[in-house]
Structure formats: C-alpha cells, structure tokens
Design a protein around this ligand. Structure first.
Ligand code: C5J
Length: 228
C-alpha cells in the first residue's frame, strides 16, 4: 500500500492493521433540533464533511478496510450520565429532555441515530459512548485488540471535541491516528483548523493529517505484489 501524503510527513498506511473510525455522525449533531443546536450551534457548519466522508467510506468498503462508527449518547434511564455533563451549559433543555427528534442524546431515539448518508452496514461495529472520547466506558479497546488494529483513520464530528479526545486516547494507547481534514468538521471553523494543526504539530504529537483525496488515492493503488 503506498504512503498517504500527509502532515507532518507521509503516513505509512497498512490496510491489514488499519481501520476507518467515524465519530458521531449522528442526527443530534448534524441536523437541526438536536443536541448540537440545543447548545446554540449552527449545525450547517458540519454538513460540508458529509460528501467527502461518503466518498471515503465507499472507497474504504471497496478496499476491504475495517470500518467502525461511534455514537455519543446515554441510556434511557440516564444511569451512564454524569450530573456534571447533564447540567453543563445551564440551558433550558438538557440531555434526556424531549426534542423534535425524540429525547436528546438518548440511545434508541431518532436524533441519536447515524445520519442516513453514512449509515453503517452489516459487519461494521457501532460503538455507543457516553463520553467525548471513544475509549471511555466502551468496547473499542477490545475490538481494536481483537482485530490487531494499530492505525486509525479518524473522521467525524466535532474536530476539537470528540475527534480530538479520541485521537488523544488512541495515541496514548500506541495507535497511529490519521485525521482526515475534510471529513471532520466543527461548529467553529477556527477551532477545526487549530485542532488539525495541534494533531500534526511538533512532529505529529498526536498523529497525522491528510485530506480525503490523499487517503482515497492510497486506497486505490493496488497492493504491492508478493515476492515469491
Ligand atoms: C460534542 C462531539 N461536541 N461528538 N460531541 O459534544 O464532538
């Protein structure tokens, strides 16, 4: 597999050890009436990431890359919701309250679901996470160990919150992360840019950054012929 052109230097993609990890592309973050909008955000800011991510997801599936999805949310009885998270923001509505897409950020409600454009297919694990990081209180570490994964191609929303937290968690577990710049997004474009710069700064302190065209190009190249 050829290297992916990336910052701060090329990423040695090994498709047999890599997985695509799509973070929280849920209606609650991307569509009006959900958790993201409840916090006062302009959800339209996240939409430009959808089309590039659709293309990358299609290529990843075609190339046989292992694909995983995450969803941020909580059990209907809120037993996995810290009071600190529930009250944060002092809004008139909070997690678990009724909204136009059902109870906000609650597993099983329409708003908690992944957007139709990026819906998982059979065989792709969907990891429900109560926190911002995908490792906290989830089965992700077990799935990674079981599949021998050492590289994560990370996409999704939002760049500086759940994507960043997950990349930092993965980095501390010895996993190389490649963050895809146009397949991630933030409600704050300046935070998106800064978050990407933070990943690749200092020689790749948290990992690498590449655009989807570079990742797709690497996935398109035929594998090196085996030496007999
Ligand atoms: C946030 C996330 N921003 N998926 N969640 O609360 O980034």
């Amino acid at each position: 597999m050829p290297d992916v052109t990336a910052r701060p230097y090329e990423f040695n993609l090994d498709i047999n050890r890599a997985a695509l990890l799509i973070i929280d592309m849920q209606r609650d973050f991307v569509e009006p009436g959900g958790f993201g909008e409840m916090l006062g955000n302009d959800v339209a800011q996240l939409r430009p990431s959808i089309v590039p991510l659709q293309a990358l997801l299609a290529k990843a599936r075609q190339a046989g890359l292992f694909v995983m999805h995450t969803r941020e949310g909580h059990k209907p009885d809120l037993s996995d919701l810290h009071e600190a998270k529930r009250v944060r923001g002092r809004g008139s509505k909070t997690i678990g309250d009724a909204g136009p897409m059902g109870r906000i950020l609650i597993i099983g409600e329409p708003g908690h679901d992944i957007i139709p454009e990026l819906y998982p297919v059979a065989g792709e694990p969907v990891i429900d996470k109560p926190g911002k990081g995908a490792f906290y209180n989830t089965e992700l570490a077990d799935i990674i160990a079981e599949h021998g994964i050492g590289q994560l191609i990370v996409c999704g929303v939002t760049t500086e919150v759940c994507v960043h937290t997950t990349v930092r968690e993965a980095n501390d577990r010895g996993i190389d992360c490649l963050v895809v710049s146009d397949c991630t997004a933030s409600y704050f474009p300046e935070f998106h840019e800064a978050a990407l710069r933070m990943v690749a700064a200092q020689g790749g302190i948290f990992g690498w950054v590449a655009d989807s065209a570079s990742v797709i190009a690497a996935l398109t190249e035929p594998a090196e012929p085996a030496i007999s």
